[in-house]
Design a binder for this molecule. Structure first.
Ligand code: GLA
Length: 390
């Protein structure tokens, strides 16, 4: 959908729902991690980019301290008072909005109420950070309505806090940082300890493609915190031998292997994966910058295998998708995006072969799973901000 068309579509619905026209528009993009699965909460590195799929919120301020917000993608109109924000089980997506408002107020910022309408082009639950985009868009909106000047990196940290403390998901900084700090046309090498990033070039000739398995994620909710706890346990044990190991980011494969018998076998596998994955982030950043696309592809395949065998976050559909990708023309390599357990793979594809690649992957994946996937290229997009409408 073209920008103007999208705007008109949303505005029409906004008037239907709120009986007045909107006055402020904001956007926040989704993200794809090119390398670095679960390295963020181990305070390591991630190679990430914001993508040209995003969440918009159209809004109009209110003067009674209330928020009334609907979504064009999910049912329900959420209403709450800024003075008493509580978790809402009936309209789960609204907790991202509530959580951000709550954290901003706890930080001492005075906020204004608003009527809002959300529209997103980021598929939900597919590992492209639709929730972080909603959080970061909400943050930009609240700041704009209250005339606050907040640095994007602080915005990312506050949104992560909303997710950790209000929503109750103990994620790292990756998603919110990427959505807040994305750079058009560039990838970011993010250091999750210092929460800073470096812009990295990608040599021409390679296209990043999203290959969405469209398979339902069979997550119970415990897998992610369980992985995180296992990593923390590994770091705690290794620290007894090497006091400088504050998190797995500080460990090396040699140290992990030397202490294999001191670690629970599952914890050992998790640590093994994280230290290798962290190194792969640095290696792929160099490979992509210097045009070594085959090497980048091999690193992606290693990441996928590690995620499957050591970190155990790969579903059957992801395996089927990986096979379809690796037999396709122009494929350098691919790996899982986001938390895993379903969702999207990110593939590195020869720029001239995009159509042939997509056609092949589509056919192969349907024939092995019976599920219609979605295959599309993404471009690195700018981080969140106010849209220049009205
Ligand atoms: C989810 C989390 C992120 C990160 C990734 C895995 O997207 O929200 O913080 O841990 O999984 O890398």
């Amino acid at each position: 959908m073209k920008i103007q068309q999208r705007k008109n579509f949303i505005e029409e619905k906004f008037i239907d729902i709120h009986k007045k026209s909107s006055t402020v528009w904001v956007q926040a993009p989704g993200r794809v991690d090119l390398m670095g699965s679960h390295t963020d909460y181990n305070l390591g590195y991630v190679l990430t980019q914001a993508i040209d799929r995003n969440t918009w919120i159209a809004a109009r301020p209110r003067n009674d301290g209330r928020v009334r917000i609907a979504s064009l993608d999910v049912d329900g109109i959420a209403e709450f008072d800024l003075e008493s924000i509580i978790y809402n089980e009936k309209i789960p997506w609204s907790n991202y909005v509530r959580g951000v408002a709550d954290v901003y107020q706890k930080e001492g910022y005075e906020l204004n109420g608003f009527d809002g309408l959300v529209h997103s082009t980021i598929p939900f639950g597919s590992g492209l950070s639709s929730s972080a985009a909603l959080e970061v868009a909400t943050a930009v909106l609240l700041e704009s309505l209250a005339d606050l000047e907040i640095a994007p990196v602080k915005r990312a940290i506050l949104c992560q806090r909303a997710e950790n403390e209000f929503v109750g998901m103990n994620c790292g900084i990756l998603d919110q940082y990427s959505s807040a700090m994305g750079e058009e046309g560039s990838v970011l090498l993010l250091d999750c300890r210092s929460i800073t990033s470096e812009i990295k070039p990608i040599a021409p000739g390679v296209q990043v493609m999203i290959c969405d398995t469209r398979a339902e994620r069979a997550l119970t909710g415990s897998e992610y915190p369980e992985r995180r706890a296992q990593c923390e346990e590994g770091a705690r044990i290794l620290r007894k031998f090497y006091p400088e190991i504050k998190s797995l980011r500080d460990a090396t494969l040699e140290k992990v292997q030397t202490h294999r018998d001191d670690l629970d076998p599952v914890v050992y596998k998790r640590c093994h994966f994280i230290v290798e994955e962290n190194q792969r982030v640095l290696d792929i950043a160099d490979a992509l910058a210097s045009g070594e696309h085959h090497k980048a592809g091999r690193l992606a395949v290693e990441s996928f295998r590690g995620a499957r065998d050591l970190y155990e976050i790969v579903s059957d559909e992801m395996i089927a998708m990986h096979a379809a990708i690796m037999s396709a023309p122009g494929a350098y390599g691919a790996r899982g995006a986001g938390a895993g357990f379903g969702g999207c793979l990110v593939a590195f594809v020869e720029s001239d072969s995009i159509e042939a690649f997509a056609e092949h992957v589509q056919k192969e994946y349907v024939s092995s799973t019976g599920i219609e996937p979605e295959i599309y290229p993404v471009q690195a997009a700018k981080g969140a901000g106010v849209l220049p409408f009205n």
